[in-house]
Design a protein around this ligand. Sequence first.
Ligand code: ADE
Ligand code: ZN
Length: 331
Amino acid sequence: MPVPKAELHLHIEGTLEPELAFALAARNGVDLPYADTGALREAYRFQDLQSFLNLYYELMAVLRTERDFEDLADAYLARAAAQGVRHAEIFFDPQAHTARGVAMGTVVEGLWRALERWGSPRSSEAESGGEETHGVSTRLIMCFLRDESAESALATLDAAKPHLHRITGVGLDSAEVGHPPAKFREVYEAAAALGLRRVAHAGEEGPPEYVTEALDVLGVERVDHGLRCVEDPALVARLVRDRIPLTLCPLSNVRLRAVDTLADHPLPEMLDAGLLCTVNSDDPAYFGGYAGDTFDAVRDTLGLGPERLRELARNSFLAAFLDDDEERRSR
Ligand code: ADE
Ligand code: ZN
């Protein structure tokens, strides 16, 4: 039985497996510039974040209808549930879809159909092939693309207003370096005024100062990645003191070359320092593993014992936005 865990750093578009990409391409009459799934997988050799993002945005062309987004989320939740995920906080990138003429409502309502179905336990033979499958509670976090303008982020928040009863929080993702958190001060203030929770990617490729800025200027409650905080002892001390969760993604860090190999990942030292670390899969279709695979990899390669693995699982629930149901329903 995989350990029960929450997944807090997961881009739904990053769960698009090659097989589903080709199926959706056929359904929607979209031409993919790859001969087959094997050729597409061959393209999964990344030098850095940008080289990954180029492919990640290109493949989104196959996502067009509510049913596409529903199928995408359904496939992710089936895999996550099988690997012990009981709660998932799911990022989505509306600007990557609205820019292609796909409406905000198509994305949110499509995802929601799958999320709603997985929100309760499922044990029927027909649905689960005879196996007991638990439900997965979920939250949606809408991310702004930080390499787009602050005005575009504000327009995106505005477009989301009819759907805010489905959205728990806002995040910040895409190409980090050169796009510091402070660029998005205004939209984060507006999101806070709407009662949305706030997170942001910081310190993935960007410097530790971006982590500090995400805390001070954007008021984030949780830092996505935060890996490079280890370069600044005063920042580490602050994160420990204030119990700020970090949503680390070790397999992503290897594939995007933030670390040389998984054995070099500083997760054990970060836990020893008292940081509230969680481990997550980021874009599992591209980085070689879902939540359970990630737990297994850090256990096997970083030598984390049962105590540390229990701590990671406990942290994932501690850091989750599990206390907001009443507040959301009243919005
Ligand atoms: N979008 C999808 N995955 C991302 C990552 N790891 N960093 C920044 N933006 C992303
Ligand atoms: Zn991410």
